[in-house]
Design a protein. Structure first.
Ligand code: NDP
Length: 250
């Protein structure tokens, strides 16, 4: 457990899956957490309630990402919840995947939507967050192993490649303020995004590709993000951590 007492955090896409685990872990470590979501208000409220029941502090912020006023909407809710406090930790986690997006089928609209949510939103959320952030803050971007192994969903992988480039450049730009920027790259993790893991044959097949012999759980990723958010990670910036149980090691 790391100590984030007195810190504040924004986690995008924190109503479900990996983002929810990140929010729960940062709150357990003592941070006040803004639980961002797009449409699933019940899930966001459930995340906040779970955090509060465990003695943590959190509030929900609704903003659909990938649309014109996404950043304005998000920061209106965020700043209201922060009530004058600065922001210490930003986790750009929300993303979508188009499972029909193979090279023969992908449409311009699906390509644009994935880039708007997975790349444009993190960049402009970060731009807007920086004036609110204290020096010495933390930015953690959630990418994917699909940046180094090939998958059919071509534009999704391209968005995550762009995010990796964004992280590295941002780390260089923000070093003077002592703000670290790192990337966590999950492998195959049991969330709503991976509904195909409900097929026992597919599930067994992919578990066989993982050295530790199981699929990832959201908390496996949340704990890695908490490390980058902590004081222990003060001398690490511009790096990518593969959090995947040893996926495709050989
Ligand atoms: P989920 O689909 O389970 O959850 C997605 C979250 O993002 C939800 O909170 C959702 O909000 C929010 N979200 C999605 N689209 C929008 C939008 N347009 N506007 C606002 N919020 C939005 O995803 P995961 O937890 O599986 O994935 C989290 C991150 O991890 C993503 O960046 C993903 O690419 C990455 N990743 C996941 C892997 C996996 O195996 N699961 C593997 C590698 C990377 P709402 O509840 O309101 O819909």
């Amino acid at each position: 457990m790391t100590d984030l007492t007195g810190k504040t955090a924004l986690v995008t896409g924190a109503s479900r899956g990996i983002g929810r685990s990140i929010a729960e872990r940062l709150a357990a470590d003592g941070a006040l957490v803004a639980v961002h979501y797009g449409t699933n208000e019940a899930a966001a409220n459930d995340t906040v309630a779970t955090i509060q029941k465990s003695g943590g502090n959190a509030f929900a912020v609704r903003a659909e990402l990938g649309v014109d006023d996404d950043v304005d909407t998000l920061f209106a809710g965020l700043e209201e919840g922060l009530d004058g406090r600065p922001l210490d930790i930003l986790v750009n986690n929300a993303a979508i995947i188009d499972y029909d997006g193979t090279i023969d089928k992908i449409t311009r609209a699906a390509y644009d939507r994935q880039f708007a949510i997975n790349v444009r939103a993190p960049l402009f959320i970060t731009q807007r967050a920086l004036p609110l952030m204290r020096d010495g803050g933390r930015i953690i971007n959630v990418s994917s192993g699909v940046t180094w192994f090939a998958t059919p969903e071509i534009a999704y992988g391209m968005t995550k490649g762009a995010l990796n480039v964004f992280s590295r450049s941002l780390a260089q730009s923000l070093g003077a303020r002592g703000i670290t920027v790192n990337t966590v790259s999950p492998g195959i993790t049991e969330t709503d995004m991976n509904g195909w893991l409900n097929d026992p044959q597919a599930a067994q097949h992919v578990a066989g590709m993982i050295a530790l012999g199981r699929h990832g759980q959201p908390a496996d990723v949340g704990d890695a993000v908490a490390f980058f958010a902590s004081e222990d990670a003060r001398w690490i910036t511009g790096q990518t951590l593969e959090v995947n149980g040893g996926l495709l090691l050989g």
